[in-house]
Design a protein around this ligand. Sequence first.
Ligand SMILES: Nc1nc2c(ncn2[C@@H]2O[C@H](COP(=O)(O)OP(=O)(O)OP(=O)(O)O)[C@@H](O)[C@H]2O)c(=O)[nH]1
Ligand SMILES: [Mg+2]
Length: 452
Amino acid sequence: MFENLTNKFEEIFSSLKKAPSLDEKQVDEGLKGIRLALLEADVSLDVVKEFISRVKPKALGQEIIRSTSPGDMVVKIVYDEIVSFLGDKNSEISLNAVPPVPIMLVGLQGSGKTTTTSKLAKFLEKNNKKKVMMASLDVYRPAAQEQLRILGEQNNIETLPIIEGQLPADICRRALSAANLNGCEVVLFDTAGRTQIDFQMMNEIKQIETIINPAETILVADSLTGQVAANVAKEFKNTVNLSGIILTRADGDGRGGAALSMKYVAEVPIKFLGVGEKIENFEVFHPDRIANRILGMGDIVSLVEKASEDLDQENLKKTEEKLKKGQFSMEDYLSQLRQMKKMGGIEGIMSFLPGVSKIKSQMDQSGIDEKIITQNEAVILSMTKQERENPKIINGSRKKRIANGSGTDIATINKLLKQFKMMSEMMKKMSKGNMKGMADKGIPPELFNQLK
Ligand SMILES: Nc1nc2c(ncn2[C@@H]2O[C@H](COP(=O)(O)OP(=O)(O)OP(=O)(O)O)[C@@H](O)[C@H]2O)c(=O)[nH]1
Ligand SMILES: [Mg+2]
């Protein structure tokens, strides 16, 4: 599905990688190529714009890590963004409900619902060790229920016996009680194909949803339809409580637009890919592996990852030494903030000090906001070198300048300076060996409130 995109990326990066350094013009040139490649892959325009606007500042402002080249760094930046657009991590099917757990599959006509129902049933039996029953609610297309029954018979999956003339609502209730009686832990509901413009059919899935109260409602979408698939998902999401997507025909020559647009446009994760007509042609959707497939540069990505881990270690060591000497500057605070952001929490700042689990859990619970970390980063970046080394010199007019530069206000600057003061006092205490007290009691409440 991604071959074209992969080829385009390879072309773009082969010239970028050779450059010993990258200036804005070269980065712009590269981004232009990426933009075109994404549009050609039928990624939606909004997604392309957002993608470029996230990559650009990172590519320009990158700190080159020793032992990697600027081009490699850009590969890594693009890779990270692709992963984030595909969905960060793999999203499993949620079976968190009292069995029999109802799961509903919906989608446009011919998108692959019935085939996918049997694939998912087989998957859950094999991987989750669940006994599954399948029930068809398609009473409209002749022989639709029979199609599912045959798939069940061929693959040894239980199906709800067909009663001619029964309406979907009644089939739902019958399926749930039959599953209960037969000890089936999951019931998959295959629904009739519908178009978003068919008001009556869209209303029917709402009704079915109310009756079965599904733990998951999965949209089965055809990847050949590109960004349209993402728009369809958005429409379905407005009708039912959509929890995930299965993209079918990923074995076809779709161009990747569906996969890349889905999460941003419809805010629903892709959970599986259908990669052929057979029951075993079904894969868990792993954003990182797909991103690797798209970029075809997994070795570079892991090289840069390794190098940045080394860099983090170096930074930590430096900070630790400074702490021992009782020095802690705004510069250190900045590097700690960045570390924290990367580690997704404030515990990064404590992680190199032993015995602080109490503090860590306190921090975990508080859910200190990443936005505030980013804001603080902007404030510190607007300070001069002198100010960072010696924040005491920051007077009224300097505060005004920093506030303007960082797009914040004086109150924010004051708050940060106060935080910094408390943090450096705490660091001093900790480095003098009062750590144990702090580890037992947790962070002083004043500092804690400041950080929030
Ligand atoms: N190549 C390929 N074909 C698929 C895939 N998934 C489904 N198909 C084929 O697509 C066709 C339609 O599949 P169905 O499962 O009947 O689709 P549906 O959404 O249930 O169709 P309706 O019930 O009529 O709305 C069948 O020929 C399937 O074999 C896939 O991942 N790859
Ligand atoms: Mg069907």
